[in-house]
Design a protein around this ligand. Structure first.
Ligand SMILES: O=C(O)C1=C[C@@H](OP(=O)(O)O)[C@@H](O)[C@H](O)C1
Ligand SMILES: C=C(OP(=O)(O)O)C(=O)O
Length: 424
């Protein structure tokens, strides 16, 4: 088992980071959406981490030709997707398995989607059920709720669906299914979740718009979409670990280059601002979405209540829990049940590790309350979850930390440790 030993930082740092991982959500979508074109897509800065490399392999198993040179990828699809002769392995990635469910539901052939033990424990009914309701043939363990999932492509009916779960993965799966459905489809979510799918597909020429009743309308494709020509921006969720590092280390400052400034992705930085940290956003360009630099500077942290727009900061809550542990006063996270069905049960894995670090907390079904002030050295269990491993590694810059089971960091941020070393 891989272990990380992190030492306390002894002097303030002021660094510019231009090599943080590329955006995971956008990279998955680049690989998948290229299959809706009949021309070659050109992708610069594709995320070369385990999750998104698995997606690329699946796209290849479905018949596309892939040329890759580091993070530069060219994807040339076949006219019709091929039936693969093996299981499609999504590894650790909820995004991959759920979006592929929607993409494959209408394709001629039989497909088995699976992944590692953590993914096989996560709920899939949230996509399988609405897809079944429109005619998809999807089955799996636990009555079709757990991977391996078995799909046999079928004709899909038009739908008008209001999702009970606020999830970009569910929304994206349904949009991908809608592109191949019999007629115009409508999808509504309670609150806007990350909208890369809508932005990218529209950019490729799909007819997708939101009506006055907030339903996303998706017209089925009558021809192929334009190919992608894109440079994937930096991932704000990966960058956030270093934002927290600057926020908690006195006198420190970090500049994160070329990150997506999509409002559905940077809410955690706004929470840091509410806690007292100085944050600047410098927009530089717009390729499907706004992109620019984020500058984060240390200041005295104060406790904060987080209960709105949870999907806009869901992946950053473990790292925010470290800032909350070092803030003056009490912080509370609520309305965050979704944390329980990520790579680990992130409510439990955050509070169990905070307990080991001597932090005072209360656990609730949908979140936790943290009384800030101090954090102590401990031996942390990552529970096989990359966000937990990296969050507590950042806490280690304050008080030394040993993190066990850190191989999971490879799923999203392979050069995390190298960048962390540059802070010393
Ligand atoms: O669509 C996406 O790319 C993602 C959506 C979110 O999951 P949910 O849709 O389950 O909230 C997020 O947690 C995940 O890291 C990536
Ligand atoms: C939840 C995450 O990813 P996924 O759902 O794709 O496994 C994550 O990266 O924090």
């Amino acid at each position: 088992m891989e272990t990380l030993n992190i030492e306390k930082i002894n002097k303030p740092f002021n660094i510019i980071i231009d090599n943080i991982s590329s955006d995971k959500s956008i990279s998955h979508r680049c690989a998948m959406f290229s299959l809706f074109s009949n021309k070659t897509s050109y992708i610069k800065n594709y995320l070369t981490a385990e999750d998104t490399l698995n997606t690329l392999s699946i796209v290849e198993q479905l018949g596309a030709t892939i040329k890759r040179d580091g993070s530069y990828v060219e994807i040339t699809p076949t006219n019709e997707l091929l039936e693969p002769d093996d299981v499609l392995d999504c590894g650790n990635s909820g995004t991959a398995i759920r979006l592929f469910c929607g993409l494959l539901a209408s394709i001629n052939g039989a497909f088995t989607l699976s992944g590692d033990k953590y993914l096989r424990a996560r709920p899939m009914k949230r996509v399988a059920q609405p897809l079944r309701d429109i005619g998809a043939n999807i089955d799996g363990r636990d009555n079709g709720n757990k991977a391996p999932l078995f799909i046999r492509g079928n004709k899909l009916k038009a739908f008008k669906y209001q999702s009970p779960i606020n999830s970009a993965q569910v929304k994206s799966a349904m949009i991908l299914a809608a592109l191949k459905a019999e007629d115009i489809c409508k999808y509504k979510e309670e609150e806007l979740t990350r909208d890369h799918t809508e932005r990218m597909l529209k950019g490729m020429g799909a007819d997708i718009f939101t009506d006055k009743e907030s339903f996303i309308n998706i017209k089925p494709l009558s021809s192929h979409l334009k190919p992608l020509n894109i440079t994937v921006p930096t991932d704000p969720s990966s960058a956030f670990f270093f934002a927290v590092a600057a926020a908690i280390n006195e006198g420190s400052k970090v500049t994160i280059k070329n990150v997506t400034l999509n409002p559905t992705r940077i809410e955690a930085y706004k929470i840091l601002e509410r806690m007292g940290v100085k944050v600047q956003y410098i927009e530089k360009e717009n390729i499907y979405e706004p992109i620019g630099d984020i500058i984060v500077e240390h200041n005295q942290l104060n406790g904060v209540d987080v209960n709105e727009n949870i999907s806009w900061l869901i992946d950053e809550l473990p790292a925010l829990s470290i800032a909350m542990s070092l803030a003056k006063g009490t912080s509370k996270v609520s309305n965050a049940h979704e944390l329980r069905v990520k790579e680990s049960d992130r409510i439990s894995s955050v509070v169990e590790n905070l307990k080991l670090c001597g932090v005072n907390y209360k656990e609730f079904e949908d979140g936790y309350e943290i009384t800030g002030g101090k954090i102590n050295k401990a031996t942390i269990n990552s529970y096989g979850d990359h966000r937990i491993a990296m969050s507590f590694a950042i806490a280690g810059t304050i008080c030394d930390m040993q993190i066990e089971d850190t191989q999971c960091i490879q799923t999203s941020f392979p050069n995390f440790k190298d960048i962390l070393n540059t802070l010393y």
